[in-house]
Write a protein that binds this ligand. Structure first.
Ligand code: XMP
Length: 515
């Protein structure tokens, strides 16, 4: 299923809701040509909402050829209006904006609204509205501000609605989406974790054949699930490499051995590269430069490890061609790899890779969101302690020290971070929050007082966030007593820190990590 993005934040949400209906979905920008879209052989297409008015100069339009291809299409909000216009219907500015919860009257259930009550609350956000449906379309629903609030041409399998079915406030939104997918487009709900595993195992076998593979294992859920998938596909051809880049949190390396290796029996090689990373990062303060350096050093260490894996196996002539990474869909989109997306930051494993990469990448999770990766992990039998681990970025504490990264600063941050994690776990909050980065403002100092003496220490920032997929996030409203305990313990046990502050910014505008 393709979601055509007309520039709204809703396209991601639509793609997720479609996947929740067990149908695989991908996003393409509205600037893609019809032939490019059709080249992907979609079983159905959804046109998303968008911020424009169809009458604005330069507003995205929809090529009528899209509707001639025999592929079922659902237009939503702007996509609905654009579809109406392209097919000869009439769209106008009525001056009546509908925003938020709105009542629609269903006058004919048709295929799209079958089984729906005659009145229902939906979530609207529009200024223009469809005044007359194109020829051949039946009007299904109306509202105060939308004479045509939903329509369909069952024969041509073209459907549209003014409201946003992907938003939870549209009470029967998911039902309407599913009716489009299952009844309108005739799709089967067969995109399940079990099928993802089977599909990816086959794809990995086809890609790597009998060659050796190494996997960048961080101990986080993404790389662990990627490794488990590859192990299922090619067994002992896989060696996992755990790079201790010195930017890890307390206890991290031990946890990988204890949880993952014990559960899966995967081949593991641990590389201590802390000095090398610290040397490469010396004097660097710019976030993107740090990310690029860490990405580059990662790969160089892997190249070395790959040579050793071959040597240790006594296969002097062979080489490792494949590198497994736990790259996720949001990493790809945020690194500008999703077509039409802006580069927000170079995730170390996507935009941060060196140009002369020696490996071919194996990225079996590249199209998945985090919750889907967790479902695949459980399906594969990856231990729950790993599946439910909170995300930790590949560049580690290197991007949580604002300023130059040094061994001393890492020690300080590690100590503060350990306190925060212990207290959050003790309060039973681990599953309620997405993650809680602790950020050291290493170049900032402030005056404090402790034991009758003046201190001139550094602040740390707590950044607890709630999120569904890290694309958007809100700051978590942690209980005050938990915050107080974290603050007290950090300032009492980490001498260099005399202030603990709380980040209360959602994403957007702030990203989750500070760098
Ligand atoms: P941002 O800061 O972009 O983070 O809002 C979104 C999520 O991604 C994690 N993150 C990374 N993960 N390599 C990773 O593996 C990276 O370079 C990276 N940068 C950010 C971050 O912790 C959050 O969960």
């Amino acid at each position: 299923m393709l979601v055509v993005d007309y520039g709204a934040q809703y396209a991601q949400l639509i793609a997720r809701r479609v996947r929740e209906a067990n149908v695989y979905s991908e996003i393409v920008p509205h600037t893609a040509s019809v032939s490019d879209m059709l080249a992907k052989d979609p079983a159905a297409i959804i046109l998303s909402g968008g911020p424009s008015s169809v009458y604005e100069e330069g507003a995205p339009s929809t090529d009528p050829a899209l509707f001639e291809a025999g592929v079922p299409v659902l237009g939503i909000c702007y996509g609905f209006q654009s579809m109406a216009r392209a097919l000869g219907g009439r769209v106008a500015q009525t001056g009546t904006r509908e925003y938020g919860g709105t009542t629609v009257r269903v006058q004919s259930a048709g295929g799209l609204l079958g089984g729906s009550p005659s009145q229902q609350t939906v979530w609207m956000s529009h200024g223009d509205s469809v005044q007359a449906a194109p020829e051949g379309f039946e009007v299904l629903a109306t509202s105060e501000g939308s004479p045509v609030a939903a329509f369909e041409d069952r024969e041509r399998r073209l459907f549209g609605m003014q409201w946003h079915p992907e938003v939870k406030h549209s009470v029967l939104g998911q039902e309407a989406l599913e009716r489009f997918l299952y009844d309108g487009a005739g799709l089967a709900p067969d995109w399940t974790p079990g099928n993802v595993v089977a599909e990816q195992v086959a794809a990995i076998r086809a890609q790597v054949g009998t060659d050796r593979v190494i996997c960048a294992l961080s101990g986080g859920v993404d790389s662990s699930v990627a490794a488990a998938l590859v192990q299922k596909a090619v067994g002992d051809q896989l060696t996992c490499v755990f790079v201790d880049h010195g930017l890890l949190r307390a206890g991290e390396a031990e946890q990988v051995e204890k949880d993952f290796v014990a559960a899966t029996g995967v081949n593991l090689k641990v590389v201590d590269a802390a000095d090398r990373f610290l040397r490469a990062l010396a004097g660097v303060t710019d976030p993107e430069t740090k990310r690029k350096i860490i990405g580059r050093e990662f790969i160089r260490v892997f190249e070395q490890a790959a040579r050793e894996v071959v040597e240790e196996a006594g296969e002097s002539s062979a080489e490792v061609r494949y590198l497994v990474q736990g790259t996720l869909y949001p990493d790809v989109v945020e690194s500008g790899g999703g077509e039409g997306a802006a580069n927000i930051k170079s995730h170390h494993n996507v935009g941060g890779l060196p140009e002369d990469l020696q490996f071919e990448l194996v990225e079996p999770l590249r199209t998945l969101f985090k919750d889907e990766v967790r479902a695949v992990g459980l399906e594969l039998g990856v231990p729950e302690a790993i599946v439910w681990r909170q995300p930790f970025p590949g560049p580690g504490l290197g991007i949580r020290i604002i300023g130059e990264v040094t061994a001393e600063r890492l020690e300080i941050l590690r100590a503060a971070d350990a306190v925060a994690r212990e207290e959050l776990t003790a309060a039973g909050l681990d599953r309620d929050i997405w993650q809680c980065p602790v950020v050291l403002l290493a170049d900032v100092r402030s005056v404090g007082v402790q034991g009758d003496g003046r201190t001139y220490g550094h602040p740390v920032v707590l950044r607890p966030v709630s999120s569904e997929d890290a694309m958007t996030a809100d700051w978590s409203r942690l209980p005050y007593d938990v915050l107080a305990r974290i603050s007290n313990r950090i300032t009492n046990t980490v001498p260099e820190i005399n202030r603990v502050v709380l980040d209360v910014t959602s994403k957007p505008p702030g990203t989750i990590e500070w760098e």
